[in-house]
Ligand binder design. Sequence first.
Ligand SMILES: [Zn+2]
Length: 336
Amino acid sequence: MLLKINDIKQKALIDINSVKDMAKLDVFRIKYLARKGLVADLFDDLKNIETTERPAIGKSLNELRNIIQTLFDEKKKFIEALTHQQKQILDLTLPGRPKWVGTQHPITRTLEEIKNIFFRMGFSEAFGPEIEDDYHNFEALNFPKDHPARDMQDTFFIDEKILLRTHTSPVQIRVMENHQPPVRIIAPGRVYRNEAVSARSYCLFHQVEGLYVDVGVTFSELKGTLVAFAKQFYGSEIKYRFRPSFFPFTEPSAEMDITCFICKGKGCRICKNTGWLEILGCGMVDPGVYKYVGYDPEKYTGYAFGMGIERITMLRYGIDDIRILFENDIRFLQQF
Ligand SMILES: [Zn+2]
């Protein structure tokens, strides 16, 4: 009898290990603990045992039943905990988690479009430092010291000679210093102005500068290039005009206007009822600039142009406050 008890105990210890779910656990329960189970059978056999041995055997049987009951209880707890955990990992009733897809900042988007148009026309990209020296930002661009044109650009000076660049034009000088013509580049980047921050102006903004210098470059090529750009960027139906202007580093200089694409030229608040929008400044590179970079002004001619990205972006998307472009407000940015 004691051998039988021990045998069932060993079997139960082995069986419980292969139980992995509630169905198997129930099979285990029926085999050992049910009314017709192995343990109950042994209790039935107790009546055939001699009276003197009964208490000892009975005690062993009770122990066996307790051990198997404990095995059962612990396994049950374990399976329940596991099932609960799995439910938490794989709750099919949970709503899906939205994937956050980033979008391009409107400034980046405008900049990329402009760059791609000029890349297709054979321009390559050039960069220069945002912390610039007075020489590259002003002097070599034909802004002599104490020239009133310097006052057109309120400058952040770091010390007497070092400043935050006020335009991307110093990149023109840096490229020409290091390359002989032909030079055909665009220079996108950040520029800084020491201006009061308002809805219309900010202390930093972006420009794209263009420069083309070679033998025999003419003003009509400048016009042709910029008109081709404007028609690709603003639409082929736009009208355009060039107005004389002044920049120290170009001569002659011009500003380019296109039909106001908001009112289609009829006149609105944005174009101040003129029907025209100014989109960029341009001109033939002043021969005075060539002497700073060692080009022969008798041999080479070229043109340069520059445009502000914020202004273009604001016009395109109907944004009326420049500050929102720099505030990283997700409610604004998600719209692009
Ligand atoms: Zn208009």
